[in-house]
Design a protein around this ligand. Sequence first.
Ligand SMILES: NC(=O)C1=CN([C@@H]2O[C@H](COP(=O)(O)OP(=O)(O)OC[C@H]3O[C@@H](n4cnc5c(N)ncnc54)[C@H](O)[C@@H]3O)[C@@H](O)[C@H]2O)[C@@H](O)CC1
Ligand SMILES: [K+]
Length: 534
Amino acid sequence: MRHTQIQQFVVSASQMAAIESRVFAAGMPVAALMEKVAGLITRRVCELYPDVRTTFGILVGPGHNGGDALVVARELHFRGYGVKLFAPFASLKELTAHHARYAASLGIPQVALANLADCTVLIDGLFGFGLTRPLSGDIAAAVDRINTWQKPVLSIDLPSGLHTNTGAVLGTAVRATRTFCLGLWKQAFLQDQGQDWIGQAELIDFDLPLADIVEVLGTPPDLCRITPQQAIAALPIPRSVTTHKYREGHLLLVCGSRQYAGAALLAAQAARASGVGMLSVAVPESLRLMVVAQVPDALVWGCGETDDGAIAQLPEDLNLADYAAIACGCGLTREPVSLVKQLLEAATPLLLDADGLNILATLDPVPTLRNRPAPTVLTPHPGEFRRLFPDLGAASGREEQSDSQNDPCGNRIDAARRAAQQSGAIVLLKGAKVAIGTTQHPAVWLNPDSTPALARGGSGDVLTGLLGGLLAQAARRHLPLEPVVAAATWWHAATGRLAAAAHSELGADASTQIRYLPRVLQSNDFNDSSDFGF
Ligand SMILES: NC(=O)C1=CN([C@@H]2O[C@H](COP(=O)(O)OP(=O)(O)OC[C@H]3O[C@@H](n4cnc5c(N)ncnc54)[C@H](O)[C@@H]3O)[C@@H](O)[C@H]2O)[C@@H](O)CC1
Ligand SMILES: [K+]
């Protein structure tokens, strides 16, 4: 129970410091807490490296991150491992200085950086959440040098140099292969730009009292990390034994063009897997028979089409008020502007994706969304996000075409939150760590576990169909939509992971993902984030 709760919290540096202060004020001695935390880290290090011939080079910073590192060094030394310290700071915090003196008295050698080059593993205790400014000078040079060695690096709390909240690299940063996040997940672990420095992330729970956490973070907290347990509790959306198809929601998918016919099929097939009671699909007339053949359970509307094969207009006898939700965008092209305008005016929950978003971006999006008579869900990737919210765009993540991850403004959590506040929409900002901004509490939901296997054409169409189907079911029951968006995000990512585990990352194409959607809900392996055993 505690394990599940703890996994949901996400903190900033100042919130972590506030929680820590409450614990210390209540009587927990600082030194005792450091012993406890470092003991837990040591246990994990020994599990990972049971062979006592392993040698550890330990990087010691001036604050309590360095203190943790010194306690770990001492414990590894007592267990018979070879340990060397690199402690380049002349001035240390008091507790850290005590541990440094004791380590020296035990004969643990302090060495120059070059002497760590022959160690098997490095442990990074330079800086944790107390980092206040960019790394520079000798320490930055030392970090850069370490990064060229390509050794396993275990970072304590955060890779040194990473901003605790944004995950941005401040000057330079240690490139960890694994990071032990201490106590509560820091925001950096849920930001895309930190991921290549964090490596494998693992939470070390050291029993911060829930009462103190809740007091600082509020109930419900502002941020919520989506857990498998939460998502599974919302899925599948429960149905009564006496239900009928129209009570399970009716989704209208508006999608496809002659150029992008497959997108319509993928979205429709994924919507079907959501359990939605009724599925209608509006496509250009020339796609109608293909959709009927591939998704025979859908009602398919053939729409008048433009010369280029995009939807020109919806059929006159199609009544938008008949649907519990509408999802639009997959394979649409940017032509059907009046169609998207018409959908935006409908008093029906609306999901916009892909070209639906690109068209919305030309329609003065913020006031348009604020005037919507029903809820809106947007699912932009960073490029679409920037077109929709240009003043927030810099905060949404790296440029699509750029491999620079060092964007100092790349705070996706903040971007999703502010986009939702501005527009009133639920904004699902795609990326490795999806951030969902809402106008409710929590203000942002964050999905921690995904797979690069989902970074491929078609997987966005699967998400749109799945999410659209779930929104229709939830809207029909008057359930809040935000938790459903979070659950769909998790379901989509978990499907990608399950499909990749079975077929490799290369084999987890969109059609395979659709086949795996129901299997995720049948699996019992959702007890922690390392489910599926990889
Ligand atoms: N939150 C908690 O409850 C606990 C925290 N602990 C550890 O304590 C850490 C936080 O400790 P501190 O607050 O001492 O902070 P840090 O150890 O992260 O670093 C702060 C020190 O680094 C200096 N500094 C900051 N930026 C610098 C830069 N760019 N170049 C050079 N020096 C710089 C500061 O002046 C200060 O002396 C955590 O990350 C964690 O490792 C654990 O020991 C125990 C429990
Ligand atoms: K560190």
